[in-house]
Design a protein around this ligand. Structure first.
Ligand SMILES: [Zn+2]
Length: 457
């Protein structure tokens, strides 16, 4: 089953799977699927096919007990992604402390870069000149960029944890972190903000975000949305959902204009982002709005309370055409990944595995623990027995303990390799369990073992 909901299939549609890092993928960086001289990118080079769906259950969270989880294949101009898949975050067109080659070695299929950071430095024109994000960073495979909305809105509250998942209590539309200056202001047309890099005043809007993302050249882009926090009031969430819809319509129009104008490039897919916080009616309403527009996929975004993550995905998937792929933005707790997959998420990105690795936090099947613990100074076992990553097959806990204590960059590299491999493999194993028909058993076994010692993450 291929996605024919938007465009007719064409002879350029991919026949065989092309994985990141393969010689075929390298060839696609030079000649992406569906790119022809003087022609707009061929939309049929992008598509999604379902390989196997999860069976419905009595407590399935979708309508009539449906479970939206599935294994599939996402085709892009720069190669294919077998889903569900973990998407490592290469914020500045690189993952911190890592080479793209190391991401390929650990099995990553794709990466996600940040439109806001690349707009600030080096500027989208440089990536355009380089031939797009994949070519610029020597990544032979599919790429994503986010819209920049998250970073811009985060400046609005002066702190980065706008997606805090356990917020209860006070509601306020004007919350600002203590001692921080408010750096962003939202109006009907867009957002004005002060650059944290140099203090310059910048403007982001639907059109500006699309212009930047088209020049960055990723295979998958996201529409510019207003991010709210769980602290915002219900009436503000309502206003924000409507504003996000108006911005989404502008994003689609500008995306179509740029696709037609920028000939000779591969087609870039655009995902609409669904907001609505914790409210089922708002999430469903927002999902219907986004489903009504000519997007290629959907981003499940915004503030989601942890206990409602599965429900939120199910509400949104209930309202979406099945063949639009679904990306869950910024989730990487192990139980959240399972809830997201079970309820329809196809791709998942998060910076947490890399960020925590640099502080010594190590993810294993038996939970998350810190390699900086004093006792590990004398521990010459690998980080995780049986792990096939480069770090575990070559280095010991004692060595990583030493490197990170000494603040050596190689310590960050080795710890990041292991954590990224953990999440890439987790999603690969989940995919195999869906295809093999043993998802429920695999979920229960994995979660029991991971959280047995009261582990966080
Ligand atoms: Zn490892």
């Amino acid at each position: 089953m291929t996605d024919v909901s938007n465009t007719p299939t064409s002879s350029t549609a991919p026949a065989a799977l092309v994985s990141a890092g393969s010689p075929e993928a390298a060839a696609l960086v030079a000649h992406p699927r569906g790119a022809q001289p003087d022609q707009p990118g061929d939309r049929s080079a992008f598509g999604f096919e379902v390989v196997r769906r999860l069976d419905p259950t009595a407590d399935g969270l979708g309508r009539d007990g449906v479970r939206h989880g599935r294994a599939g294949i996402l085709h892009t101009p720069h190669g294919d992604i077998q889903t569900p898949a973990f998407v490592p975050v290469a914020t500045q067109a690189t993952m911190k402390a890592m080479l793209p080659e190391q991401l390929v070695d650990l099995g990553a299929q794709c990466t996600l870069a940040n439109a806001f950071h690349l707009f600030e430095r080096p500027g989208e024109d440089i990536l355009d000149e380089a031939g797009g994000l994949a070519k610029f960073m020597n990544w032979n495979g599919p790429t994503f960029t986010d819209s920049g909305g998250f970073q811009v809105m985060s400046l609005g509250v002066g702190f980065k944890k706008t997606l805090a998942m356990d917020v209860t209590g006070l509601k306020s539309d004007d919350i600002i972190a203590k001692g921080k200056e408010r750096l962003a202001f939202v109006d009907e047309d867009g957002v004005t903000f002060k650059s944290p890099l140099n203090g310059d005043i910048h403007r982001f809007s639907a059109e500006i975000s699309m212009g930047i993302q088209h020049k960055l050249g990723a295979d998958i882009m996201f529409s510019f949305d207003e991010l709210t926090t769980l602290m915002n009031t219900r009436s503000y969430q309502e206003e924000s959902v409507e504003r996000t819809y108006r911005w989404a319509k502008r994003c689609v129009a500008e995306h179509q204009r740029l696709t037609a104008e920028r000939t000779g490039k591969p087609y870039q897919a655009l995902f609409g982002v669904v907001q609505g916080a914790n409210y089922e009616d708002l999430r469903r309403h927002a999902a219907q709005q986004i489903a009504s527009l000519d997007f290629d996929g959907v981003g499940i975004g915004g503030a989601i309370e942890k206990r409602l993550l599965g429900n939120t995905c199910a509400w949104i998937c209930d309202e979406m055409p099945e063949l639009r792929p679904r990306h869950v933005l910024g989730i990487a707790a192990v139980d959240d990944i399972f809830a997201g997959v079970e309820n329809g998420g196809d791709t998942f990105d998060c910076v947490a595995p890399a960020r925590t690795a640099r502080n010594g936090a190590i993810y294993t099947r038996d939970g998350r623990w810190n390699v900086l613990r004093t006792a590990l100074k004398h521990d010459f076992r690998p980080l995780e027995e049986g792990c096939d990553c480069y770090t575990c097959t070559h280095y010991s806990r004692a060595y990583l303990h030493h490197l990170l204590k000494s603040r050596e960059m190689s310590g960050c590299t080795l710890a990041t390799i292991h954590n990224e491999r953990f999440f890439v493999k987790l999603l690969d194993d989940i995919r195999a369990s869906i295809v093999g028909g043993y998802f429920d058993e695999f979920r229960d076994e994995t979660l029991t073992r991971f959280y047995a010692n009261g582990s966080r993450g």
